[in-house]
Ligand binder design. Structure first.
Ligand SMILES: [Zn+2]
Length: 216
């Protein structure tokens, strides 16, 4: 298999059918939970002018929530699909590969990659502020939706990386974290999200992502 084959398949569009199928298979499971979080934000009447806190919360919980649903072994479409040995692990590896592939894209001007944006040094620094502030510090100055329009690779990187790091953190803790995240997002938190001091939340062992969990 040629080097960087997965990057090529996932991002460079040489085999668009495979790209779509691989992405669709897994995204349709955990992205539902991402969008469900946005629905709960709306129901809670939360507001966030640039949407980076909203994106942090929805992206951070998706994989650990999926993991908890699968582990609960409720008879639904997700648990039936993931009951085959190795399927769940394959999903995490897919997300890991997306993060790593996005990080490796260093397109030059006029290349196909450049049109999707790439992960710049400033995005990496912004990502850390975003993660360490529980989403309250924006990783970039632009509005989350405007940024995504021109920088889909960097956007994918930020959103998948935070979900994956929360998942790795949970594995290291050997303790589910989705319920703690949901409480932190929604318990007595309505209106402008930036009015809430999240420092206490950030000290909770389920929330404070250990450096060992960082995906570079
Ligand atoms: Zn979102």
């Amino acid at each position: 298999m040629q080097e960087n084959y997965v990057d090529h398949l996932l991002f460079n569009g040489a085999n668009m059918r495979s790209k779509v199928l691989v992405a669709y298979r897994y995204d349709c499971f955990f992205n539902i939970l991402h969008e469900l979080t946005h629905c709960l934000q709306t129901l809670s009447k939360q507001s966030d002018p640039k949407s980076w806190s909203a994106e942090h919360d929805a992206s951070r919980i998706a994989l650990v929530w999926m993991h908890q649903i699968v582990k609960e072994n409720i008879n639904n479409v997700a648990t039936v699909y993931f009951s085959d040995a190795g399927r769940e692990e394959e999903m995490y590896l897919y997300v890991l590969e997306r993060v790593r592939a996005a990080r490796r894209i260093t397109g030059t001007a006029d290349s196909a990659e450049q049109s999707c944006g790439k992960v710049e040094q400033e995005h990496l620094q912004g990502y850390e502020k975003w993660r360490e502030s529980f989403g309250l510090c924006e990783p970039v100055q632009a509005d989350a939706f405007e940024f995504a329009g021109d920088n889909i690779t960097a956007t994918d990187y930020l959103k998948y990386r935070i979900g994956l790091e929360q998942f790795v953190h949970e594995c290291l803790l050997e303790k589910p974290t989705a319920t703690t995240l949901l409480k932190s997002y929604f318990e007595n938190r309505t209106g402008p999200v930036h009015q809430f001091d999240m420092n206490q939340v950030l000290q909770m062992k389920e929330i404070k992502i250990a450096p060992e969990a960082y995906i570079m």
